[in-house]
Design a protein around this ligand. Structure first.
Ligand code: HAM
Length: 430
């Protein structure tokens, strides 16, 4: 026997069964995907699917060279001719914009887009943090808001409501202003942080040089006092940015959506300006952010398109579903309607009945292989099927079938094959 080969660290298999350290099943995930399709439709968003591999330059230019995501976490390699550097996408916004610019989608009208799929970041794996993880993302391109900013939040709130997790998520918002406002704040912040350089940790010292705003994001308890007293970006906002921010907050009030203003919320990707937000939970340990996003008005221009305002967000599916699994609701319907059992003599009739029932709209799981009817009944129960159909020797001979309601309501009945579909339809709908 050859040696077993294991999955890459931090990358999960999604199985029909719950695993010890990964509780999500493929049926649960699929039920979520169904919810997402209906939800995005409800808000008038269209799906975009882009490749998982892109040129590395796309992420360097959009997410920013100094970010952890680009600086240390990307899976990057040279294509075979060695001249082209490719990376597995660490997020979806950059790819989405690349495609929008490439296909000139904003030529005629703004776009409301969504996507879903795997993303890759070489982070230290732990519960809720993986190296291959999945996002649902939404991007609204060509709207300068703040109405669309509020729509982003309304969309999230609508999904949380449907999944039964509204009570476990907190909305944090902030406004990062425009480039000039950030530059003015940055000078003040750097001067302030330099005064406290002695107590900064290594990470913060590095960020002080590369992206001082991210120092405020530090989780180091020793730095909290310094960070709390630091100059606030909000105090550097000009009239327009403030009007945008206030308009956004007013619409959240109209929608009845509660929020917490967090002046230290900066996000981990460099492309943001004006509105930023995160939905956090205290139920998932250290991996508290389930969904995050914001405005990135300059990015389409930087990627070679005609400048247009834009905003979006993405949620981590694993984190979200771990929360839903434990605290929310999501109906899975993986169980078949009917489990078909047969004895050798009844095989042909059983196969026939199964395909007739499928054609009539039932989900039918056909038992394969020879086993005692007793064992087949155990399998039928374990499958979660509502009904069992038994085609033994007698039934095969008489052109009948025995139907059993596994939930007990209708008991068991042997009927002529011609009545099978009618009876089961009646039972199912009663
Ligand atoms: P992000 O904050 O980097 O934003 O990621 C969004 C969400 O993806 C996070 O809140 C988290 O739930 C999930 N996530 C990130 N990294 C991991 C990981 N290693 N394991 C599990 N889940 C993870 C973005 O990606 C932006 N593109 C969002 C956006 C869209 N902004 C504008 N439009």
């Amino acid at each position: 026997m050859g040696q077993k080969i294991q999955a890459v660290k931090g990358m999960n298999d999604l199985l029909p069964l719950e695993q010890k350290d990964f509780k999500l099943t493929s049926a649960f995930w699929q039920a979520f995907e169904d919810v997402v399709r209906k939800w995005t439709r409800r808000f008038g968003y269209s799906q975009i699917r882009t490749p998982i591999l892109e040129q590395t330059g796309l992420f360097v230019r959009s997410i920013g060279e100094e970010t952890d995501v680009v600086g240390k976490e990307m899976y990057t390699f040279s294509d075979s001719n060695d001249t082209l550097s490719l990376s597995l996408r660490p997020e979806g916004t950059a790819s989405c914009l690349r495609a929008v610019v490439e296909h000139n989608l904003l030529y005629n009208s703004p776009q409301k887009l969504w996507y879903m799929g795997p993303m890759f970041r070489r982070e230290r794996p732990q519960k809720g943090r993986y190296r291959q993880f999945h996002q649902v993302g939404v991007e609204a391109l060509g709207f300068d808001g703040p109405d669309v900013d509020a729509e982003m939040i309304a969309m999230c709130a609508d999904l949380w409501r449907e999944l039964g997790i509204s009570d476990f998520l907190t909305l944090e918002i902030n406004n990062l202003g425009n480039k000039e406002e950030r530059a003015a704040h940055r000078s003040a912040l750097v001067a302030y942080l330099q005064q406290h350089e002695a107590i900064l940790d290594e990470d913060s010292k590095r960020r002080l040089k590369t992206n001082p705003l991210r120092v405020l994001d530090s989780k180091n308890p020793d730095l909290q006092a310094v960070c709390n007293q630091a100059p606030r970006l909000l105090d550097y906002l000009g009239e327009e940015s403030l009007a945008h921010y206030n308009g956004f907050k007013r619409l959240l009030d109209v929608l009845g959506i509660a929020y917490v203003e967090n002046p230290r919320l900066v996000r981990g990707l460099d492309y943001y300006n004006l509105t930023v937000f995160e939905w956090t939970t205290d139920k998932l340990g250290a991996q508290a952010t389930v969904c995050g996003g914001g405005r990135y008005n300059g990015l389409i221009g930087e990627l070679g398109g005609k400048d247009a305002p834009a905003i979006g967000f993405a949620m981590g599916i694993e984190r979200l579903l771990l929360l839903v699994h434990e605290y929310g609701r999501l109906k899975t319907d993986a169980a078949p309607d009917i489990y078909v059992m047969q004895q050798e003599e009844g095989l042909e009739a059983a196969i026939n009945y199964a395909s007739r029932l499928r054609a009539a709209g039932f989900n039918v799981l056909q038992h394969c292989g020879n086993q005692s009817l007793k064992n087949q009944m155990k399998k039928a129960d374990a499958s979660g099927a509502r009904f069992a159909l038994i085609v033994g020797e007698d039934e095969a001979e008489n052109g009948t079938a025995t139907v059993k309601d596994l939930q007990g309501q209708f008991g068991q009945q042997t009927i002529a094959s011609a009545e099978l579909t009618t009876l089961l339809t009646q039972w199912k709908n009663t």
